[in-house]
Design a protein around this ligand. Structure first.
Ligand SMILES: Cc1ncc(COP(=O)(O)O)c(C=O)c1O
Length: 372
Protein backbone atom coordinates (compact mmCIF):
# COMPACT_ATOMS: atom_id res chain seq x y z
CA UNK A 1 0.00 0.00 0.00
CA UNK A 2 1.37 3.43 -0.94
CA UNK A 3 0.61 6.63 0.95
CA UNK A 4 -1.64 7.59 -1.98
CA UNK A 5 -4.11 4.77 -1.43
CA UNK A 6 -3.74 4.61 2.34
CA UNK A 7 -7.37 4.81 3.62
CA UNK A 8 -6.33 7.19 6.39
CA UNK A 9 -4.94 9.67 3.87
CA UNK A 10 -8.18 9.39 1.87
CA UNK A 11 -10.16 10.09 5.05
CA UNK A 12 -7.99 13.12 5.93
CA UNK A 13 -8.44 14.54 2.42
CA UNK A 14 -12.20 14.10 2.62
CA UNK A 15 -12.34 15.93 5.94
CA UNK A 16 -10.18 18.75 4.60
CA UNK A 17 -12.25 19.03 1.42
CA UNK A 18 -15.41 19.24 3.47
CA UNK A 19 -13.87 22.16 5.37
CA UNK A 20 -12.65 23.79 2.15
CA UNK A 21 -16.11 23.56 0.55
CA UNK A 22 -17.67 25.15 3.63
CA UNK A 23 -15.02 27.90 3.61
CA UNK A 24 -13.81 26.67 6.99
CA UNK A 25 -10.32 25.55 6.10
CA UNK A 26 -7.77 26.90 8.56
CA UNK A 27 -4.31 27.75 7.25
CA UNK A 28 -1.21 29.45 8.59
CA UNK A 29 -0.13 32.89 7.41
CA UNK A 30 3.08 34.69 8.25
CA UNK A 31 3.03 37.77 6.06
CA UNK A 32 0.35 39.95 7.56
CA UNK A 33 0.43 43.66 7.02
CA UNK A 34 -1.75 46.47 8.26
CA UNK A 35 -2.41 48.19 11.55
CA UNK A 36 -2.57 45.61 14.31
CA UNK A 37 -6.15 45.23 15.51
CA UNK A 38 -5.78 41.49 15.99
CA UNK A 39 -2.97 40.48 18.33
CA UNK A 40 -3.30 39.97 22.08
CA UNK A 41 -0.39 42.36 22.65
CA UNK A 42 -2.73 44.79 24.44
CA UNK A 43 0.01 46.97 25.91
CA UNK A 44 2.60 46.65 23.13
CA UNK A 45 4.99 44.66 25.33
CA UNK A 46 5.68 41.95 22.73
CA UNK A 47 6.90 44.61 20.29
CA UNK A 48 8.76 46.77 22.83
CA UNK A 49 12.26 47.52 21.47
CA UNK A 50 13.91 48.14 24.89
CA UNK A 51 12.65 44.79 26.13
CA UNK A 52 13.98 43.20 22.97
CA UNK A 53 17.41 44.68 23.70
CA UNK A 54 17.14 43.38 27.27
CA UNK A 55 16.39 39.90 25.93
CA UNK A 56 19.55 39.97 23.80
CA UNK A 57 21.60 41.14 26.78
CA UNK A 58 20.22 38.32 28.92
CA UNK A 59 21.36 35.84 26.29
CA UNK A 60 24.79 37.45 26.04
CA UNK A 61 25.34 37.35 29.77
CA UNK A 62 23.71 33.96 30.32
CA UNK A 63 25.31 31.65 32.86
CA UNK A 64 22.47 29.13 32.59
CA UNK A 65 21.75 26.45 29.99
CA UNK A 66 19.90 27.37 26.80
CA UNK A 67 17.30 24.71 27.48
CA UNK A 68 15.84 23.45 30.74
CA UNK A 69 16.92 19.88 29.81
CA UNK A 70 13.92 18.07 31.29
CA UNK A 71 10.66 18.23 33.17
CA UNK A 72 10.57 20.06 36.51
CA UNK A 73 10.51 16.79 38.46
CA UNK A 74 13.67 15.56 36.71
CA UNK A 75 16.51 17.79 35.43
CA UNK A 76 14.34 20.77 34.38
CA UNK A 77 13.82 22.50 37.72
CA UNK A 78 15.82 25.69 38.26
CA UNK A 79 16.34 28.38 40.91
CA UNK A 80 14.90 30.78 38.29
CA UNK A 81 11.61 28.84 38.12
CA UNK A 82 11.27 28.56 41.90
CA UNK A 83 12.18 32.16 42.53
CA UNK A 84 9.73 33.29 39.81
CA UNK A 85 6.89 31.33 41.43
CA UNK A 86 7.63 32.78 44.89
CA UNK A 87 7.80 36.29 43.43
CA UNK A 88 4.65 35.93 41.35
CA UNK A 89 2.59 34.39 44.16
CA UNK A 90 3.81 37.21 46.46
CA UNK A 91 2.68 39.90 43.99
CA UNK A 92 -0.81 38.38 43.97
CA UNK A 93 -1.03 37.56 47.69
CA UNK A 94 -1.40 33.88 46.87
CA UNK A 95 0.13 31.14 49.00
CA UNK A 96 1.84 29.59 46.00
CA UNK A 97 2.14 29.51 42.22
CA UNK A 98 3.14 26.94 39.61
CA UNK A 99 4.50 27.72 36.15
CA UNK A 100 3.12 25.99 33.07
CA UNK A 101 4.41 26.17 29.51
CA UNK A 102 1.21 27.83 28.25
CA UNK A 103 -2.27 28.84 29.33
CA UNK A 104 -3.58 25.85 27.40
CA UNK A 105 -1.35 23.54 29.44
CA UNK A 106 -2.35 25.23 32.70
CA UNK A 107 -6.08 24.80 32.09
CA UNK A 108 -5.77 21.25 30.84
CA UNK A 109 -3.33 20.47 33.65
CA UNK A 110 -5.64 21.75 36.37
CA UNK A 111 -9.05 20.70 35.10
CA UNK A 112 -8.08 17.19 34.04
CA UNK A 113 -6.88 16.24 37.51
CA UNK A 114 -8.71 18.32 40.12
CA UNK A 115 -12.15 16.67 40.12
CA UNK A 116 -12.69 12.91 40.56
CA UNK A 117 -15.36 10.56 39.17
CA UNK A 118 -17.89 11.36 41.93
CA UNK A 119 -17.29 15.16 41.74
CA UNK A 120 -18.75 17.90 39.50
CA UNK A 121 -17.24 20.49 37.16
CA UNK A 122 -19.51 23.36 36.07
CA UNK A 123 -18.36 25.89 33.48
CA UNK A 124 -19.77 28.93 31.72
CA UNK A 125 -20.88 27.88 28.22
CA UNK A 126 -18.44 30.34 26.59
CA UNK A 127 -15.19 29.28 28.27
CA UNK A 128 -12.03 28.83 26.20
CA UNK A 129 -11.24 25.55 24.40
CA UNK A 130 -8.42 24.78 26.86
CA UNK A 131 -10.93 24.70 29.74
CA UNK A 132 -13.31 22.52 27.74
CA UNK A 133 -10.48 20.14 26.80
CA UNK A 134 -9.27 19.91 30.41
CA UNK A 135 -12.80 19.12 31.59
CA UNK A 136 -13.20 16.49 28.87
CA UNK A 137 -10.16 14.67 30.23
CA UNK A 138 -11.71 14.50 33.70
CA UNK A 139 -13.94 11.60 34.86
CA UNK A 140 -16.10 14.04 36.86
CA UNK A 141 -19.74 14.95 36.08
CA UNK A 142 -19.80 18.00 33.84
CA UNK A 143 -22.35 20.78 33.31
CA UNK A 144 -22.42 24.04 31.36
CA UNK A 145 -24.43 27.05 32.52
CA UNK A 146 -25.84 29.76 30.24
CA UNK A 147 -23.31 32.53 29.76
CA UNK A 148 -23.07 34.68 32.88
CA UNK A 149 -26.55 33.57 34.02
CA UNK A 150 -26.47 33.18 37.79
CA UNK A 151 -29.91 31.52 37.93
CA UNK A 152 -28.76 28.82 35.55
CA UNK A 153 -25.51 28.40 37.49
CA UNK A 154 -27.58 27.92 40.63
CA UNK A 155 -29.75 25.31 38.88
CA UNK A 156 -26.61 23.37 37.92
CA UNK A 157 -25.17 23.74 41.43
CA UNK A 158 -28.36 22.14 42.79
CA UNK A 159 -27.76 19.11 40.55
CA UNK A 160 -24.08 18.74 41.42
CA UNK A 161 -22.61 15.77 43.30
CA UNK A 162 -19.46 15.38 45.37
CA UNK A 163 -16.92 18.19 45.47
CA UNK A 164 -17.98 20.91 43.02
CA UNK A 165 -15.87 23.32 40.97
CA UNK A 166 -17.16 26.29 38.96
CA UNK A 167 -14.95 27.51 36.10
CA UNK A 168 -15.26 30.95 34.48
CA UNK A 169 -13.15 33.52 32.68
CA UNK A 170 -12.93 37.02 34.08
CA UNK A 171 -12.92 38.66 30.63
CA UNK A 172 -14.36 36.55 27.81
CA UNK A 173 -12.03 36.19 24.85
CA UNK A 174 -14.60 36.33 22.04
CA UNK A 175 -17.03 39.03 23.22
CA UNK A 176 -14.85 41.00 25.63
CA UNK A 177 -17.58 41.00 28.26
CA UNK A 178 -16.86 40.58 31.94
CA UNK A 179 -18.01 37.80 34.24
CA UNK A 180 -20.36 38.73 37.05
CA UNK A 181 -17.65 37.51 39.41
CA UNK A 182 -19.15 38.92 42.63
CA UNK A 183 -22.44 37.08 42.13
CA UNK A 184 -20.64 33.95 40.95
CA UNK A 185 -18.38 33.97 44.01
CA UNK A 186 -21.40 34.48 46.31
CA UNK A 187 -23.35 31.59 44.82
CA UNK A 188 -20.26 29.34 44.96
CA UNK A 189 -19.99 30.16 48.66
CA UNK A 190 -23.66 29.32 49.21
CA UNK A 191 -23.21 25.87 47.62
CA UNK A 192 -19.67 25.30 48.93
CA UNK A 193 -18.33 25.10 45.39
CA UNK A 194 -14.71 26.01 44.60
CA UNK A 195 -14.33 28.83 42.09
CA UNK A 196 -11.66 28.70 39.37
CA UNK A 197 -11.04 31.89 37.37
CA UNK A 198 -9.10 32.11 34.10
CA UNK A 199 -7.69 35.66 34.04
CA UNK A 200 -6.07 35.35 30.58
CA UNK A 201 -7.61 38.57 29.21
CA UNK A 202 -7.82 40.49 32.49
CA UNK A 203 -4.17 40.26 33.51
CA UNK A 204 -2.38 43.49 32.68
CA UNK A 205 -5.69 45.21 31.90
CA UNK A 206 -7.91 45.11 35.01
CA UNK A 207 -7.18 45.92 38.65
CA UNK A 208 -4.43 47.89 40.35
CA UNK A 209 -1.23 47.53 38.30
CA UNK A 210 -3.17 45.20 35.99
CA UNK A 211 -3.26 42.40 38.55
CA UNK A 212 -6.58 41.11 37.23
CA UNK A 213 -10.30 41.19 37.97
CA UNK A 214 -10.15 39.00 41.09
CA UNK A 215 -7.77 41.55 42.58
CA UNK A 216 -9.90 44.49 41.36
CA UNK A 217 -13.02 43.10 43.06
CA UNK A 218 -11.20 42.02 46.23
CA UNK A 219 -12.26 38.38 45.72
CA UNK A 220 -8.91 36.69 46.32
CA UNK A 221 -10.16 34.83 49.40
CA UNK A 222 -13.20 33.55 47.46
CA UNK A 223 -11.29 32.06 44.56
CA UNK A 224 -9.83 28.57 44.77
CA UNK A 225 -7.48 28.94 41.77
CA UNK A 226 -6.51 31.68 39.33
CA UNK A 227 -4.99 30.95 35.92
CA UNK A 228 -2.74 33.72 34.61
CA UNK A 229 -1.48 33.42 31.05
CA UNK A 230 1.52 35.38 29.83
CA UNK A 231 0.99 35.38 26.07
CA UNK A 232 -1.55 38.22 26.08
CA UNK A 233 -0.94 41.56 27.86
CA UNK A 234 2.43 40.35 29.23
CA UNK A 235 3.59 40.00 25.61
CA UNK A 236 5.48 36.76 26.23
CA UNK A 237 4.31 33.18 26.84
CA UNK A 238 3.76 30.64 29.60
CA UNK A 239 1.27 30.67 32.46
CA UNK A 240 1.02 30.39 36.22
CA UNK A 241 -1.64 28.83 38.43
CA UNK A 242 -2.10 30.63 41.74
CA UNK A 243 -3.66 28.95 44.75
CA UNK A 244 -3.01 27.33 48.09
CA UNK A 245 0.20 25.42 48.89
CA UNK A 246 -1.87 22.23 48.98
CA UNK A 247 -3.26 22.88 45.49
CA UNK A 248 0.20 23.50 44.05
CA UNK A 249 1.63 20.38 45.71
CA UNK A 250 -1.33 18.41 44.33
CA UNK A 251 -0.63 19.70 40.80
CA UNK A 252 3.05 18.81 41.09
CA UNK A 253 1.89 15.26 41.86
CA UNK A 254 -1.11 14.81 39.58
CA UNK A 255 -1.08 17.36 36.72
CA UNK A 256 0.11 15.45 33.67
CA UNK A 257 1.06 18.45 31.43
CA UNK A 258 3.23 19.65 34.32
CA UNK A 259 4.78 16.26 35.11
CA UNK A 260 5.41 14.99 31.59
CA UNK A 261 6.62 18.06 29.69
CA UNK A 262 9.99 19.80 29.41
CA UNK A 263 10.10 22.88 31.64
CA UNK A 264 10.47 26.45 30.37
CA UNK A 265 14.16 27.37 29.91
CA UNK A 266 15.57 29.48 32.81
CA UNK A 267 16.46 32.33 30.42
CA UNK A 268 12.85 32.50 29.25
CA UNK A 269 11.74 32.68 32.87
CA UNK A 270 14.09 35.61 33.51
CA UNK A 271 12.70 37.38 30.45
CA UNK A 272 9.14 36.55 31.49
CA UNK A 273 9.75 38.26 34.82
CA UNK A 274 11.11 41.35 33.03
CA UNK A 275 8.00 41.52 30.82
CA UNK A 276 5.71 41.15 33.83
CA UNK A 277 7.54 43.83 35.82
CA UNK A 278 7.15 46.09 32.82
CA UNK A 279 3.46 45.19 32.53
CA UNK A 280 2.66 45.88 36.20
CA UNK A 281 4.33 49.30 35.89
CA UNK A 282 2.60 50.18 32.60
CA UNK A 283 -0.12 52.45 34.07
CA UNK A 284 0.36 54.99 31.30
CA UNK A 285 -0.32 52.37 28.61
CA UNK A 286 -3.35 51.13 30.56
CA UNK A 287 -4.63 54.71 30.68
CA UNK A 288 -4.13 55.19 26.92
CA UNK A 289 -5.85 51.87 26.27
CA UNK A 290 -8.82 52.79 28.40
CA UNK A 291 -9.17 56.06 26.44
CA UNK A 292 -9.08 54.09 23.20
CA UNK A 293 -11.81 51.79 24.53
CA UNK A 294 -13.98 54.87 25.23
CA UNK A 295 -13.33 56.30 21.75
CA UNK A 296 -14.29 52.98 20.10
CA UNK A 297 -17.33 52.45 22.33
CA UNK A 298 -18.70 55.89 21.57
CA UNK A 299 -18.21 55.55 17.81
CA UNK A 300 -19.52 51.99 17.60
CA UNK A 301 -22.22 52.21 20.24
CA UNK A 302 -20.50 49.45 22.16
CA UNK A 303 -20.71 48.91 25.92
CA UNK A 304 -18.06 46.32 26.79
CA UNK A 305 -15.35 47.94 28.93
CA UNK A 306 -12.45 45.85 27.58
CA UNK A 307 -10.17 46.00 24.51
CA UNK A 308 -11.88 42.96 22.91
CA UNK A 309 -14.64 44.06 20.53
CA UNK A 310 -16.98 41.82 18.59
CA UNK A 311 -18.54 43.11 15.36
CA UNK A 312 -21.30 40.58 14.56
CA UNK A 313 -21.29 39.49 10.89
CA UNK A 314 -23.40 36.31 10.74
CA UNK A 315 -22.24 33.73 8.20
CA UNK A 316 -18.66 32.63 7.60
CA UNK A 317 -18.50 33.96 4.03
CA UNK A 318 -19.83 37.38 5.09
CA UNK A 319 -17.30 37.65 7.92
CA UNK A 320 -14.45 36.53 5.65
CA UNK A 321 -15.48 39.04 2.95
CA UNK A 322 -15.64 41.99 5.32
CA UNK A 323 -12.30 41.07 6.92
CA UNK A 324 -10.71 40.96 3.46
CA UNK A 325 -12.05 44.42 2.62
CA UNK A 326 -10.73 45.85 5.88
CA UNK A 327 -7.37 44.16 5.31
CA UNK A 328 -7.21 45.82 1.86
CA UNK A 329 -7.95 49.11 3.61
CA UNK A 330 -4.81 48.63 5.73
CA UNK A 331 -6.14 47.03 8.93
CA UNK A 332 -5.01 43.69 10.28
CA UNK A 333 -8.42 42.35 11.26
CA UNK A 334 -9.41 38.67 11.33
CA UNK A 335 -12.82 37.03 11.12
CA UNK A 336 -13.84 34.61 13.86
CA UNK A 337 -15.78 31.83 12.19
CA UNK A 338 -17.92 28.90 13.19
CA UNK A 339 -17.15 26.34 14.59
CA UNK A 340 -14.82 28.46 16.80
CA UNK A 341 -18.01 30.40 17.67
CA UNK A 342 -21.57 28.98 17.29
CA UNK A 343 -23.10 29.20 13.81
CA UNK A 344 -24.90 32.53 13.34
CA UNK A 345 -22.58 34.38 15.75
CA UNK A 346 -19.64 34.77 13.36
CA UNK A 347 -17.94 38.10 13.81
CA UNK A 348 -14.92 40.28 13.28
CA UNK A 349 -12.92 40.49 16.46
CA UNK A 350 -11.27 43.86 16.94
CA UNK A 351 -8.55 44.06 19.57
CA UNK A 352 -7.55 47.54 20.71
CA UNK A 353 -3.98 48.21 21.87
CA UNK A 354 -2.30 51.02 23.74
CA UNK A 355 -0.23 51.67 20.59
CA UNK A 356 -3.25 52.19 18.29
CA UNK A 357 -3.67 55.92 17.79
CA UNK A 358 -7.08 57.62 18.12
CA UNK A 359 -6.91 58.41 14.39
CA UNK A 360 -6.32 54.75 13.55
CA UNK A 361 -9.27 53.71 15.71
CA UNK A 362 -11.55 56.35 14.15
CA UNK A 363 -10.49 55.33 10.69
CA UNK A 364 -11.16 51.65 11.47
CA UNK A 365 -14.62 52.48 12.86
CA UNK A 366 -15.46 54.53 9.76
CA UNK A 367 -14.39 51.65 7.52
CA UNK A 368 -16.46 49.11 9.44
CA UNK A 369 -19.53 51.37 9.40
CA UNK A 370 -19.13 52.10 5.68
CA UNK A 371 -18.70 48.46 4.70
CA UNK A 372 -21.37 46.92 6.98
C1 LIG B 1 -9.33 32.50 28.17
C2 LIG B 1 -8.11 31.82 27.67
N1 LIG B 1 -7.52 30.89 28.44
C3 LIG B 1 -6.41 30.25 28.02
C4 LIG B 1 -5.85 30.51 26.80
C5 LIG B 1 -4.63 29.76 26.36
O1 LIG B 1 -3.49 30.47 26.69
P1 LIG B 1 -2.13 30.26 25.87
O2 LIG B 1 -2.30 30.99 24.57
O3 LIG B 1 -1.08 30.79 26.76
O4 LIG B 1 -2.00 28.78 25.66
C6 LIG B 1 -6.42 31.48 25.97
C7 LIG B 1 -5.82 31.78 24.65
O5 LIG B 1 -6.34 32.38 23.78
C8 LIG B 1 -7.58 32.16 26.41
O6 LIG B 1 -8.18 33.09 25.65
Amino acid sequence: MTMRDNPVVTYLREKLNERRENQLLRSLRTLVTGIDFTSNDYLGIARHRELHAHYLKLHEQATVNNGSTGSRLLSGNSPEAESFERWYAGIHNAEAGLLFNSGYDANVGLLSCIAQRHDTLISDELVHASIIDGMRLSYANRFKFAHNQIDDLEAKLRQSKGLTYVVVESVYSMDGDIADLRSIAAICKKYQASLIVDEAHALGIRGTSGKGLVDELGLREDVFARIHTFGKAAGFHGACILGSRDLIEYLINFSRPFIYSTALPPLEILMLRTCLEYMFAADESRYTLSNSISVYNELMNCTTPTPIKAVPIPGNSNAIRLAQILQKNGFDIRPILSPTVPEGTERLRVILHSFNSVDEIKSLCRSIQYEC
